[in-house]
Write a protein that binds this ligand. Structure first.
Ligand SMILES: C/C(=C\Cc1cc(O)c2ccccc2c1O)CCC[C@H](C)CCC[C@H](C)CCCC(C)C
Ligand SMILES: C[S@@+](CC[C@H](N)C(=O)[O-])C[C@H]1O[C@@H](n2cnc3c(N)ncnc32)[C@H](O)[C@@H]1O
Length: 256
């Protein structure tokens, strides 16, 4: 496994080299998108959600069931918001891994870790890798989180199957993301806020197209019922989706 600065471990570069496979190309496009927005990602999330995203992330981590001493994984960790919360829950005797394929996001995460004094954060390992090919043995983790990640991977079935594989039997994944509502009014309001507030603010940072992607990605996402069905299809024994954040967000809990 190649080594990167700050103790990153990474998958071979060939994992991300563009090929004729359209999905891999799209994966490379998304990797580039999240590398581009990394410098402003946290601040824009705070601004555009009025800080509410931190509450939604705390809920997602709490519902994962992560506890003192556990081995836990945050997939699509980005700048590490959920990884840090998991680290606090498992404490110094636990282990928390944050995996992402954006090196720029991981650099932000690692820098934030160095700027924070909490002793428990020493239990965090940042890993550059692909959610579709997790570099862990079966039944490795007591809890898994994936925050605003499942909507962004190019193969959601494969991602959920990988999560099921690396979870210990009886353990839970907490999947936080935007809610693809079946309520037309909720959808209209959500899309209007993205179009008129989110994209407008993002355009001030030269990131109009990157944040325009939000609306189309939600449109292409799965509803709560479809997420529950997907979880059961890949082998989870139970699955339940909850709408949060005034119905704009959702959290799927699935137990292996
Ligand atoms: C943390 C949040 C979004 C993370 C996120 C996920 C993505 O897939 C992206 C893709 C491309 C660019 C950026 C992102 C991205 O930031 C959720 C909060 C931040 C949102 C950007 C703001 C969403 C506003 C909601 C539609 C309405 C919020 C209502 C609230 C009660 C004020
Ligand atoms: C919207 S960010 C979410 C970051 C963080 N979980 C949060 O809640 O703020 C989505 C992240 O998923 C990562 N990502 C998307 N597809 C991935 C894949 N196939 N493998 C690993 N990371 C991926 C992106 O690089 C990005 O950092």
């Amino acid at each position: 496994m190649a080594s990167l600065p700050f103790g990153f471990s990474s998958l071979p570069r060939s994992s991300f080299r563009p090929t004729r496979n359209l999905k891999i190309r799209f994966s490379a496009d998304r990797q580039a998108l999240f590398n581009r927005i990394a410098p402003v990602y946290d601040n824009l999330n705070d601004l555009l959600s009025l800080g509410q995203h931190r509450i939604w992330k705390r809920m997602a981590v709490s519902w994962s069931g992560a506890k003192e001493g556990d081995d836990v994984l945050d997939i699509c960790c980005g700048s590490g918001d959920l990884t840090f919360l998991l680290s606090e829950r498992v404490g110094p005797h636990g282990k928390a891994a944050g995996l992402d394929f954006s090196n720029e996001q991981l650099l932000i995460a690692s820098t934030r870790q160095k700027l924070r004094s909490k002793a428990c954060y020493k239990n965090i390992k940042w890993m550059e890798g692909n959610a579709l090919d997790l570099p862990f043995p079966d039944s490795s983790f007591d809890a898994v989180t994936i925050g605003y990640g499942l909507r962004n991977v190019v193969d959601r079935h494969r991602a959920m199957a990988e999560i099921c594989r690396v979870l210990k039997p009886g353990s839970t994944v907490s999947v936080l993301d935007f809610n693809k509502s079946i309520n037309p009014l909720s959808t209209t309001i959500q899309e209007s806020m993205i179009d008129n507030i989110v994209v407008t603010v993002a355009s001030g940072y030269g990131l109009e197209n990157e944040y325009k992607y939000l609306k189309s990605s939600i449109k292409d996402f799965l509803t709560g019922n479809e997420l529950e069905k997907l979880a059961l299809e890949v082998g989870f024994s139970t699955a339940k989706h909850f709408e949060i954040g005034f119905g704009f967000m959702g959290n799927l809990l699935a137990t292996r």
